[in-house]
Design a protein around this ligand. Structure first.
Ligand code: THU
Length: 127
């Protein structure tokens, strides 16, 4: 699957985001090494700290489905700047290897980095 195809899926997911507090909708699409795609979008809560980012929703739903090996994740938001994953999401990503992170926006700007580039010296209990 091309980056463009994965980004298109992330854009569709972004539109379904539940972000009534920030109005900042984020979409993610995660491609597994087995060729499946898992979508995510941010889901906020009136107790703000309970909100969860698009990236973690995509990763956790893949893990629930038995998938732990990832090829790449596309992240998109409808902003001027590229959307770059937060520190918590970087830590969760690093749990599952060193896959590609495609950071983009709806204007088509794009930067691709590996998880290890986004979170050098990541905390790990093993491995
Ligand atoms: N958010 C994401 O879903 N992913 C990111 O990479 C950055 C931030 C969400 C969390 C919150 O719902 C909203 O964007 C504003 O911070």
């Amino acid at each position: 699957m091309t980056n463009e195809e994965l980004i298109n899926i992330a854009v569709k997911a972004m539109k379904r985001a539940y972000a009534p507090y920030s109005q900042f909708k984020v979409g993610a699409a995660l491609l597994t090494k087995s060729g499946k795609v898992f979508e995510g979008f941010n889901i906020e809560n009136s107790s703000y700290g309970l909100s969860i980012c698009a990236e973690r929703v995509a990763i956790f739903s893949a893990v629930v489905a038995g998938e732990r090996n990832f090829e790449k994740i596309a992240i998109v938001a409808d902003t001027d700047k590229l959307v770059s994953p937060c520190g918590a999401c970087r830590q969760v990503m690093s749990e599952f290897g060193d896959f590609q992170v495609i950071m983009t926006n709806t204007s088509g700007q794009l930067i691709v980095r590996n998880v290890s580039e986004l979170l050098p010296f990541a905390f790990k209990l093993k491995g």
